[in-house]
Ligand binder design. Sequence first.
Ligand code: DX5
Ligand code: ZN
Length: 221
Amino acid sequence: MSEIIIAPSILSADFARLGEEVDAVLAAGADWVHFDVMDNHYVPNLTIGPMVCEALRRHGVTAPIDVHLMVRPVDRIVPDFAKAGASVISFHPEASEHVHRTLQLIRDAGCRAGLVFNPATPLAILEEVIDSVDLVLLMSVNPGFGGQSFIPSTLAKLRRARALIDASGRDIRLEIDGGVKADNIAEIARAGADTFVAGSAIFNAPDYRAVIEAMRANVAA
Ligand code: DX5
Ligand code: ZN
């Protein structure tokens, strides 16, 4: 398997000190910055948009920014995020009229394209578009809020997603988002994930480095 990626979700960061928080988590060993975009329409919460992504780039963040769009419609915000410095842009198929077109739009804008599956969304659609996907994101909670508990049935779904990805022979990351902690990350990794989003587990801890190191150690064990 490819090397693991830890992507702290800034949804649980202190927004009043966002630049410092992102610097701190990257200095503590994080690989990517997970950037949750919510529109109070597709999900019942409202967060941050391209201006904040651009502000992080201007602040000096060079790590990949992993934009998770929980917005509908999707397409018209894609170019804005590409311009703002997004590295990966992922979206929910339910929020796009034409999933294949949205994937192309993201790649044409120079970003990696991710498809997100809610707990109740079947993986079937992945088989149809796997050639256009760079990342598969499985939600292990219902989207909208940080701090929820990992839904155990996601482990079986991860195994199915891993099998589809391996059978494709393509270089596709398998990301998990929701309720990931140092004490469940090992079984999540064994089920096939290689990219781990963690919000509350990292930002609610006093020592970001200790959590990130414990996560890596538990995956390797
Ligand atoms: C939920 C978001 C997640 C969230 C994860 O809709 O997509 O990225 O921040 O938070 P935790 O790790 O606390 O479950
Ligand atoms: Zn997310």
